[in-house]
Design a protein around this ligand. Structure first.
Ligand code: B16
Ligand code: MG
Length: 217
């Protein structure tokens, strides 16, 4: 029986991956190399610090601590310039349908994201009131596939992990949900997210029958 719903942010609620990509690409180009959308796949669900490490590996670049820190800050400033223009039109299809289903039934909801910008993004798109609990890149010490982010979310909702479901678009996130002993739902490419308990292309494929079955176990 599912008692709590946990949502990843980037790639599940909004498609901020495209803005992360543009900001990383700009940095790569400034450093003299290309960064492709395919390479950006490796960045999904991965912390900002780890993303920069991977980017520098791709460009074969060694950085001093000071350069590394400066590039992290610069990338985030570029990313936030895109976030600044976000509004509710960027909420992915039928996300609100699911959030409203849960709100009407007073079912606890949590955000479980690797992003340190999660709160400002939810504010920009007007979804902050839909979440009882926010766990983001500021409150975790261990990255997905470690279950920490989702276990904190469950504890703060007051729901047993076994009674939680997680919506995720990244393989590391599905693994984190599985490692937490939760039901995992892959949103996106089934080929990439085969380890999930359920797979959907997006929320338009999730109907109230499915949600009702989850909560009535
Ligand atoms: P920030 P999620 C993740 O969010 C993104 O998928 C990943 O690409 C990004 O690097 C990470 O957040 C950190 O984001 O730079 O904003 O702290 O998918 O876990 O919601
Ligand atoms: Mg994601």
């Amino acid at each position: 029986k599912i008692r709590g719903f946990i949502f990843d942010l980037d790639g599940v609620i909004v498609d901020t991956a495209k803005y992360h990509y543009l900001a990383w690409k700009k940095l790569a180009n400034e450093l003299g190399f290309e960064f492709t959308p395919e390479q950006n796949e490796r960045f999904k669900g991965v912390s900002r610090r780890r993303c920069l490490e991977i980017l520098l590996e791709i460009g074969n670049i060694t950085a001093t601590q000071a350069q590394f820190d400066r590039w992290m800050v610069g990338k985030n400033e570029d990313y936030l310039a895109y976030v600044k223009n976000m509004d509710e039109s960027e909420i992915l299809p039928d996300v609100l349908k699911v959030l409203n289903f849960l709100k009407e039934r007073k079912i606890p909801t949590a955000l479980g994201s690797a992003s340190k910008n999660a709160k400002v993004i939810l504010e920009k798109v007007g979804l902050l009131p839909y979440f009882d609990v926010l766990v983001d890149g500021n409150s975790v010490t261990k990255a997905k596939p470690d279950p920490q982010v989702f276990l904190i979310g469950a504890r703060q909702m007051g729901v047993d992990p076994a009674n939680c479901v997680v919506f995720e678009d990244a393989l590391a996130g599905i693994q984190a949900a599985n490692n937490a002993g939760m039901v995992s739902i892959g949103i996106g490419d089934k080929e990439l997210l085969g380890e999930a308990d359920y797979n959907f292309r997006d929320f338009t494929e999730i109907d109230s029958d499915f949600l009702t079955r989850l909560i009535s176990g």
